[in-house]
Design a protein around this ligand. Structure first.
Ligand SMILES: *Cc1c(COP(=O)(O)O)cnc(C)c1O
Length: 361
């Protein structure tokens, strides 16, 4: 498999730490974080918890582990977490919640009537919530929401639906967990503030390693007692780390310096989307391009990915008819222009014949 691309649009996880970030990391004060004695980790956890309006935070190696810990804290073995059918939790965490947490997962359809794919309607989700005292039905202990929605193409959740969901579940002892791997992008787009989104959930995980550009890590936030419990589960899952202030410093640097720049990634994504639509009309629904992702509908996604890879452009086939493109901070203006040209050439050479059979191609 090819390991380097000239321009990589497979994901925003591919960014590398800048020299300034590395310099900042090397100056971090360190301690043993399993003993809770790393001052830089404390600083990161307090910074992120504060931004999201929660009491406490916990640095985790990955977003997957943060989700796993959060769900396991909210859900007892045999109970269920509800999420949508294309949620990262159910599709991209390799069954961890079942195999390591003993948790059942049940899903609502990713596409609600009247909403963009990935955007939930509180009323639809509430229909799925099951009573925990039933002697035969699995009880719902947690609802997990994804914002922005990755496999739907970076779509942003409606804050009013999230508020309605949270209010409706508050008296029912059903926790809300927000998988906010790319919550930073939703906020950068102007949808709502970090604190507003944060207040719609009992726990939130945010990734530092995606668009923000840190090399590793997520922060899970919640109440003080929730985070105390989460700390135990992090160690139990093998995620207790030692002098990780070095890595937390990268997170602090990213949170402080890189959030404002996400809007550039969003503009770049829209530019790519419009170019794809120019050469293959209707291939991108521009209404779904809300953040840094573009979903391109094509007759054969694997073919597009292969041809792009041959010339050094990284893209990803989400399914047989969808190519996902993700913009990020390591792409220069020239890189985006080059990628846009490669995509235009590829889509034209592969599919224009299907649009215009008489053109002779
Ligand atoms: C990336 C991602 C995660 C966590 O990913 P890790 O690679 O484990 O850090 C969780 N949820 C969503 C929606 C993601 O996109």
């Amino acid at each position: 498999m090819r390991t380097t691309f000239k321009v990589d649009l497979r994901s925003d996880t591919v960014t590398k730490p800048s020299p300034e970030m590395i310099r900042f990391m090397t100056g971090a004060a360190l301690g043993d974080d399993v003993y809770d004695e790393d001052p830089t980790v404390h600083e990161l956890q307090e910074l992120v918890a504060g931004l999201l309006g929660h009491e406490a935070g916990l640095f985790t190696p990955t977003g997957s582990m943060a989700n796993l810990i959060a769900v396991r804290c909210h859900v007892q073995p045999g109970q269920e977490v509800l999420c949508d059918s294309s949620a990262h939790i159910v599709r991209a965490e390799l069954g961890a919640h079942a195999s390591l947490g003993g948790v059942t997962t049940r899903t609502w359809p990713m596409h609600s009537a009247g909403q963009l794919p990935g955007q939930l309607k509180a009323a639809d989700v509430l229909d799925y919530v099951a009573d925990k005292t039933s002697p035969y039905l699995v009880g719902t202990a947690c609802v997990a929401v994804e914002n922005t929605h990755n496999f739907a193409g970076g779509t942003i959740q409606d804050i009013n639906e999230l508020r309605l969901l949270k209010e409706s579940l508050t008296g029912r002892q059903v926790a809300v967990h927000l998988d906010g791997a790319r919550l930073w992008n939703a906020v950068a787009s102007g949808a709502a503030s970090l604190e507003d989104f944060g207040q719609t959930a009992d726990s939130v995980q945010v990734c530092l390693s995606k668009g923000l550009g840190a090399p590793v890590g997520s922060v899970l936030v919640g109440s003080k007692s929730f985070i105390d419990q989460a700390r135990v589960w992090r160690k139990r899952f093998g995620g207790g780390m030692r002098q990780i202030g070095l890595l937390a410093a990268a997170g602090i640097f990213a949170v402080k310096n890189h959030r404002a720049e996400l809007v550039r990634d969003h503009a770049a994504a829209m530019g790519l989307a419009m170019r794809c639509n120019e050469v293959l009309p209707g291939s991108v629904d521009l209404g779904r391009v809300q953040t840094n992702m573009v979903m391109v509908r094509v007759p054969a996604a694997d073919e597009v990915v292969r041809q792009c890879a041959d010339v050094g452009l990284g893209a990803w086939a989400l399914d047989s008819r969808t190519v996902r493109l993700v913009t990020h901070r390591d792409l220069s203006k020239e890189a985006i222009e080059w990628a846009s040209d490669v995509l235009a050439t590829t889509l034209t050479s592969l599919f224009s014949a299907e649009k215009c059979p008489e053109s002779g191609r």
